[in-house]
Write a protein that binds this ligand. Structure first.
Ligand code: SF4
Length: 467
């Protein structure tokens, strides 16, 4: 048993967050302990791990910036070990070793399980150790896990991607899609629910192409249906579905299964069919909008969000106008808008790039349109009663303001001010409350903001609360 401490720095998407939970589980199984805030503040940590992202340029820059900082800490404390994993490690191990030779261990997206061995070898040999494999041999879900939150859990149902989007490095670093068996997934969900989780988010690069490799186009809807039968599982979400793989039975199952949340984060990427073709996205805007209409017809309260890339190589003003039009029609609750940045190793990086001033101008114009829509969509919640699963209580600010934070059924963040005389709810409890204020990224429920004779203010611990 060692008494070493560790810290994990995670960049990128939910897949990386889920992988980091397995890295933590693996380290704790070896006797490592999570470093306290004070130890991190004092730079008194034995092992620092960075789980990297290769999707955007700024994540790469952040990675090298942080590694430089860690090098300075290591010079003061030579016993400290540094490990780098994730997509950048998978893609660029040699470059990392060249630019940051002080790194002790580099492990890829398919070799998380080998981290403890790499650290031991590096300690014995005083040399950097690497392990990168092209294909997955151990599904991360089979590794130990230390979950970041008790009430909500990520559950991976597949890894990798069979598509060839020309801007994306993911297929090169995560490999082809591999699906877990439905029974494996359901067993993990039952386990996390037994351990106190109320909410599960199913994860996959293309979560809804689950089962396609075996020719079963209805496997994802079936999995959702089965989630609906698990006692104690109050909420199920999933991310991200691919429009091309979206089947009507998923919409039917979402609408008919009470614990499947009416939330959809479905990447649009562009509103121009010409650009979608150049991106190798195998759907067109009509199909995308048809899905949206069907979802809203079946679930009028659905909270729909998206990802959009602005300034993909070859994008003209006309293409950009198409994106603006689709965004106006779609009325997303929110959208993650990205300026296109070339990723070495992708097809799009070799295409003629849009000048940066045009790119920034389009980004700002699209952002302004979406921000207005977001504001209007958030405003519609005023006076409505929502059910919130509490995820954070008792931060310094929370104590002062008597506030708790959580997400409502559509996935929107809600800050709740607990009325005088009421007990503060705990993480994992459900609260029904009336929305009194809306911001662009969150909603607020604060009874003091209501007229005193307002009868519609609701604040109660919900029936579904855990005790
Ligand atoms: S669907 Fe496209 S964007 Fe998504 S992971 Fe696969 S290649 Fe990348």
């Amino acid at each position: 048993m060692n008494n070493k401490t560790y810290m994990i720095h995670t960049l990128g998407c939910q897949m990386n967050i889920a992988d980091s939970e397995h890295i933590a589980g693996l380290l704790e199984a070896q006797g490592y302990q999570k470093a306290t805030d004070q130890q991190i503040h004092d730079k008194d940590v034995d092992l620092v791990v960075m789980n990297t992202c290769a999707v955007r340029q700024n994540a790469t820059e952040r990675m090298y910036g942080t590694l430089g900082q860690w090098h300075r800490y290591k010079l003061k404390n030579p016993q400290m070990q540094i490990a780098v994993g994730g997509c950048m490690a998978q893609k660029d191990k040699d470059l990392i070793l060249k630019k940051a030779p002080w790194v002790d261990a580099i492990f890829g997206t398919h070799t998380i399980d080998q981290l403890p061995q790499l650290l031991n070898s590096a300690r014995e040999t005083h040399q950097s150790q690497t392990s990168i494999q092209e294909a997955l041999s151990v599904f991360p879900s089979d590794l130990p896990i230390k979950r970041g939150q008790k009430a909500s859990a990520w559950v991976s149902i597949s890894m990798g991607c069979n598509n060839t989007c020309t801007f994306c490095i993911v297929p090169a670093v995560r490999g082809r899609e591999r699906d877990r068996s439905e029974e494996d997934v359901l067993q993990e969900i039952r386990r996390v629910v037994q351990n106190g989780a109320k909410e599960v988010t199913l994860l996959g690069q293309n979560v809804n192409s689950y089962g396609y490799s075996t020719g079963n186009r209805h496997a994802f809807a079936h999995l959702l249906h089965e989630c609906g039968t698990i006692d104690g599982l109050e909420r199920v979400r999933f991310t991200s579905p691919h429009p091309a793989a979206f089947t009507d039975d998923v919409i039917e199952t979402m609408a008919a299964t009470p614990n499947i949340m009416h939330q959809l984060h479905m990447p649009l990427q562009s509103g121009s069919d010409r650009i979608l073709r150049a991106m190798h996205r195998s759907y067109r805007t009509k199909r995308y909008m048809d899905i949206l209409h069907k979802v809203r017809e079946a679930m009028p309260d659905a909270c729909i969000t998206t990802d959009i890339i602005v300034g993909f190589p070859g994008e003209t003003e006309e293409d950009f106008q198409d994106t603006l039009n689709i965004v106006q029609q779609a009325r997303f609750t929110s959208a993650y808008i990205f300026e296109y940045s070339p990723r070495p190793g992708t097809v799009a990086a070799t295409m003629e790039q849009v000048p940066s001033d045009i790119l920034t101008d389009r980004f700002n114009r699209l952002l302004a349109v979406q921000e207005k829509i977001t504001e209007e969509e958030m405003h519609r919640f005023l006076g409505k009663t929502v059910e919130v699963l509490v995820s954070a209580v008792g931060g310094r600010k929370d104590q002062e303001t008597h506030r708790v934070t959580g997400r409502e059924r559509g996935g929107l963040l809600v800050h709740i001010t607990i009325p005088e005389g009421q007990t503060m709810p705990r993480v994992g409890q459900f609260v029904r409350c009336t929305i009194t204020q809306s911001g662009s990224h969150y909603l607020i429920s604060d009874p003091s903001q209501l007229e005193s004779d307002n009868e519609h203010c609701v604040y109660q611990l919900s029936d579904t609360s855990w005790e």
